[in-house]
Design a protein around this ligand. Sequence first.
Ligand code: COA
Ligand code: AMP
Length: 635
Amino acid sequence: MTSRYRQVYAGWKQDPEAFWAEAAHAIDWFSPPQKVFDPDQGVYGRWFAGATCNTCYNAVDRHVENGRGDQTALIHDSAITGTQQSLTYAELQREVMALAAVLARHGVTKGDRVIVYMPMIPEAAVAMLACARLGAIHSVVFGGFAARELATRIDDAQPKLLITASCGLEPNRLVAYKPLLDEAIGLSAHPPQHCIVFQREQLVCDLIAGRDIDYAEAVAKEKEAGLELACVPVAATDPLYVLYTSGTTGQPKGVVRDNGGHMVMLKWTMENEFGVKPGEVFWAASDVGWVVGHSYIVYAPLLHGCTTVMFEGKPVGTPDAGTYWRVISDHGVVALFTAPTAFRAIKGQDPQGEFIGKYDLSTFRTLFLAGERADPETIKWAEQRLGVPVIDHWWQTETGAPITQNPVGLGMLPVKYGSPGVPMPGYDIRVLNDEGHEVPAGTLGNVVLKLPLPPGCLPTLWDADERFRKSYLDAFPGFYNTADAGILDEDGYLFVMARTDDIINVAGHRLSTGAMEEVLAEHPDVAECAVIGISDTLKGQSPLGFVVLNAGVARDTSIIEQEVVTLVRERIGPVAAFRTVLTIKRLPKTRSGKVLRATMQKIADRQEWKMPATIDDPAVLDEIDAVLKARGISR
Ligand code: COA
Ligand code: AMP
C-alpha cells in the first residue's frame, strides 16, 4: 500500500486548524470549541478554547452508550502472581463511578489534585478515570520512586487526596508502599487530607484512623448506594493531569496535560499512527507512572474503544523470556508498544528466539519501540524473529504522543534503521545550531519544534509558567527546545543522537544526573561530585558517580561509596539504578570551574575524545582513566 503520509502531513501544514478541527469530530464534546486554536490564551496559545468535555466520558461512558458495554475494556495480566482479570466497559464504568463517588464524598471536586501512587493493578487506571470523571487533576507517581520524591510531588501538586495500594510486586521482592507513603506525608508541607488504600492480598497494611480509607470497603458502599454519578463537564483547556518528569535539578517538572487537545491527539494517533482499530487489543508494556502508561495503557486505547492490556511483570524472569509472547497469544494482542531495553533483555536470554515459536502470535501485527534510542541490531533481531514491522518512534513526556513515527496506519514508509521516523502532523521539526540558525540536512544540531505545539502537548508546567518558558521556549525564540540533539536527513527522517541537558535514559526511564548529584553532595564526607550516564548494553545507559572527599577524611572509601549508593536509593529510589560511585582525587574542570562531564563520559565509554582547550589541568583526565580501568569500568 502506498503511504498517505506525505499527503496527510502536507494537508496539516497547509491548514493546521482545519486539520485538528476535523480530527476533533472523533471526540464527543458537551459544547463545541469557539476557537480551534486561540493564540491569545496561555503561554503559546490553547487548543479548543471554549469547548467543554470530559475525558472519562469519552474513554468509558460513550462506549457503553454506543454498544461496547460488554466488550472487554481492560485486561490485567500479572506474570508475578500468575493471575488474569478483565473488566468490560460496563464494569469499568461501574468501578470508576463508585470510586468517583468515594472521592466526591471526601470533598474532591473539579480542579482538585489527587495523587495516585499505585502499582500496575486495574485500580490504578480506575483511579485515573475517576479523577477525570470529576474534573479532578490526577498526578500519578511511579512506584519505584522513594518517599522523598513522592513528598516533592505532594508539595508541588498539593493534593486534596491520595490513592495508593498496600504494595507493589517486583520479581525479587514485595514493595511495601505504606511505609513510603507515611514517610512522604511526614516530609511534606502540604499533606493530603485522606489516603484511599487498596489492600492487596500479598501484603495487607495498617490504616491510620481518620486519615486512611479502605478502597474496597468504600467502593462497595458506594456501589450499594447505587449513585449514578455523571461526568462533570470541564473546559477543554482544563488540566486532566500533571505528570512529573525529571528536570535539570532535583525539582521535577510538572508536565500539564489538558483534556480536549489530549483526547483529539491520542484518538488520532491510534488509527493513523498505530494502525489499530476500535475493538482490537492493544498492549503497552510500560507502567502507569510514565507517560507511555498514561497515553497508551489508559487513555488512547480506551478513547479508541480498544481493549487495553495492563501487564505486571518484566520481559524476562517472570518467569522467562517468553512472557511477552504468552501475553500476546493469551489475549490476542495486535500491537505491542514497549522500550527497546525490554527487547535487549529478551534477546540476551533467548538469542535464537526459541520462546517465540512456542506461542500462537497470529493476531500480532506490529511492534512499537520508544522511550530511548532503539539500536538497529535490536530492531533487526525483532523483525527477523517476529516477522512483523518494528517501528521506532520518538516522543517525550511533554508531548504525550509521538513526534516522529513511521505511521503504519497511513501506510508504512521505507524503514531507515537508526531513525525513529518522520514528523507527525502537528510537528514542524527544525534542527538549529547553538546560535539558533537552521543547519543543512545531515548536520547534527538542536532538535526544536516550531510553535505552537499541537493539541495534546503540554501547555505549561504546573503552577510554573515562567519555568516553562525558561526550560523550553527561551533558548530558541519561536520554538520549543526538545533538549535532544539530532539530524534531519534529506528525506525528512530524524535521527535522535543524544540529550543536550543532564538527562539520562536508563532502561527507558528518564533520570536527571543533576538530581543524583544533589543527593551525592548530601553525604557528609563528599566535597564535590559528578554523575554521568555511561553506555550499558542492556539498559542503554546507566549512571556512574564520582566523588571527591573532604580533606582529612580517613574512612575506608569503599564504605563511603556504599553509603552514597544507599543514599541515592533512599532519596530517589531503586529506579535510579545507581550502583557505582568512584572516589577520585579531583574533578576535571575548565578554568572557569565547569565540570567536564561530557569528556568523562567519553573516556568511560572509550569513545574518541579531544582534550578540551579550556581544561584547567589535563593530568586529571589520566587520573580518572586510571580509576575507571582499575575498577574495570572503561569499556
Ligand atoms: N516499584 C518499585 N521498584 C521498582 C519498580 C516499581 N514499579 N520498577 C522498577 N523498580 C526497581 C526494580 O525492582 C530494581 O530494583 P533492584 O535494584 O532492587 O533490583 C530497580 O528499580 C531498577 O529497575 P529496572 O531499571 O526496571 O531494572 P531491572 O533490572 O529490574 O529490569 C529490565 C531490567 C530491562 C527488564 C526492565 O527495565 C524492563 O522491563 N524494562 C522495560 C521497559 C520499560 O518498562 N520502560 C518504561 C518506559 S516505556
Ligand atoms: P520521556 O519523557 O521519559 O518519554 O523521555 C523522553 C526522552 O527519551 C527523549 O527526549 C529522548 O531523549 C528519549 N527518547 C524517547 N524515545 C526515543 C527514541 N525513539 N529514540 C531516541 N531517543 C528517544
